[in-house]
Design a protein around this ligand. Structure first.
Ligand code: FES
Length: 95
């Protein structure tokens, strides 16, 4: 199963393919920031430290929200919508 690691806590969880990063972080025992849970507020943005290729590509909706927050989609993603495709991912929570 893919492993998701959350920095700076450095906590990890193994999660099924298709899990959102938000749920993965919670499973790792990290209290993840989120507001709308629906790809509109941007509260849940995190930096993807490694494993971007192991995440589903962003939807137009996610790109719009990242743009509104001035976050580069090659480095930042919204945990409430992005799903793990397989392989390991490391994110940095808190902004
Ligand atoms: S919680 Fe609002 S965009 Fe993710």
């Amino acid at each position: 199963m893919p492993k998701v690691t959350v920095l700076p806590a450095n906590k990890s969880a193994e999660v099924p393919v298709g899990e959102t990063l938000l749920d993965a972080g919670e499973k790792a025992g990290v209290e993840m920031e989120a507001g709308c849970f629906n790809c509109s507020c941007g509260t849940c943005v995190v930096e993807v430290v490694s494993g971007m290729e192991n995440l589903e590509p962003p939807s137009d909706e996610e790109l719009d929200v990242l743009d509104a927050w001035n976050k580069d989609p090659e480095k930042y993603r919204l945990t409430c919508v992005v799903k793990v495709k397989g392989g390991d991912v490391t994110i940095r929570a808190g902004h």
